[in-house]
Design a protein around this ligand. Structure first.
Ligand SMILES: Nc1ncnc2c1ncn2[C@@H]1O[C@H](COP(=O)(O)OP(=O)(O)OP(=O)(O)O)[C@@H](O)[C@H]1O
Ligand SMILES: [Mg+2]
Length: 258
């Protein structure tokens, strides 16, 4: 069990869309360097939870603290600036731009150069530093050979890796991945698992939504299970896998679908 203060504390988080409660009284913590899995059937409220934490949607209730400070209600750019970044269920590249520039955009979303630093010539130094960091991240995700090619020529799997490099360029303290293995080949998924482990090893907290249990269970240290917006179980991957409510609500449904 992790000890010390949680980096992210979610308490009573609730989101209603009209009559539908998409996220209901949700509580969980995430620690630095930890990989926390979030599972649940389609429509369970997983992506909505990420949108609430990222500030992309207003919450209907509850509290979220990050590094000890309340963040619910802050605009998305302010939450990103504190170090919470995510990748989406679909890739969102800046078409027509080379890989390296796509990653640099990630650095700029968090660190806009101030007018003063421009005046004193620091901006040039900062830009060189960002570029060096972006190149390092492109190497880290395994796209080193492709840093100057237009993003349009990347495969789907390479596009996913680019999204990760771009988020890392914003120097996150918490990364949220929404179904990162969806659409990847077996080999690409394995590579992705290694990258996510590497991110956690850098001390970054990881929140990971994933339907593919073969991908998620070996990767996550703890798993939270959602059903109809509410947490129905949490614990170690092997505990969660054998939880009767999980078998009924989730694994059962998926086993039946196969
Ligand atoms: N902007 C919205 N307006 C209205 N309802 C929404 C909105 N976004 C999500 N919902 C509803 O909220 C519920 C939770 O959706 P959410 O996308 O969070 O589920 P999910 O667990 O990510 O599902 P999936 O596994 O299919 O990605 C669903 O019933 C969905 O239809
Ligand atoms: Mg989703």
């Amino acid at each position: 069990m992790p000890s010390g203060d949680a980096l992210l504390e979610v308490r009573g988080l609730t989101k209603r869309f009209g009559g539908l409660t998409a996220v209901s009284q949700l509580d969980f913590d995430v620690y630095e360097g930890e990989i926390l899995g979030i599972i649940g059937p389609n429509g369970a409220g997983k992506s909505t939870t990420f949108s609430l934490i990222a500030g992309a949607l207003p919450a209907s209730g509850g509290a979220v603290r990050f590094a000890g400070e309340p963040i619910l209600g802050l605009p998305p750019h302010a939450i990103a600036a504190r170090g919470i970044l995510r990748t989406f269920q679909r890739n969102r590249p800046f078409a027509g731009m080379p890989v390296i520039d796509n990653v640099l955009v990630g650095a700029h979303t968090r660190f806009a150069s101030s007018l003063l630093s421009v005046v004193f010539g620091r901006a040039i130094h900062e830009e060189a530093e960002r570029r060096r960091h972006a190149e390092e991240l492109i190497e880290f995700v395994g796209l080193g050979e492709l840093k100057d090619v237009p993003v349009n020529s990347l495969s789907f799997g390479q596009g996913r890796l680019l999204e990760i490099a771009r988020a890392l360029a914003g120097k996150p303290r918490l990364m949220m991945f929404d179904e990162p293995a969806a659409g990847l080949t077996g080999a690409e998924s394995e590579r992705l698992a290694g990258i996510i482990r590497g991110i956690a090893a850098r001390g970054i907290a990881v929140l990971l939504i994933e339907h593919d249990m073969r991908f998620l269970l070996p990767l996550a240290q703890r798993v939270v299970v959602l059903n109809f917006g509410a947490k129905i179980a949490d614990g170690l991957p092997e505990e969660v896998r054998n939880h009767p409510a999980v078998r009924d609500a989730y694994l059962g449904e998926h086993a039946a679908a196969r």
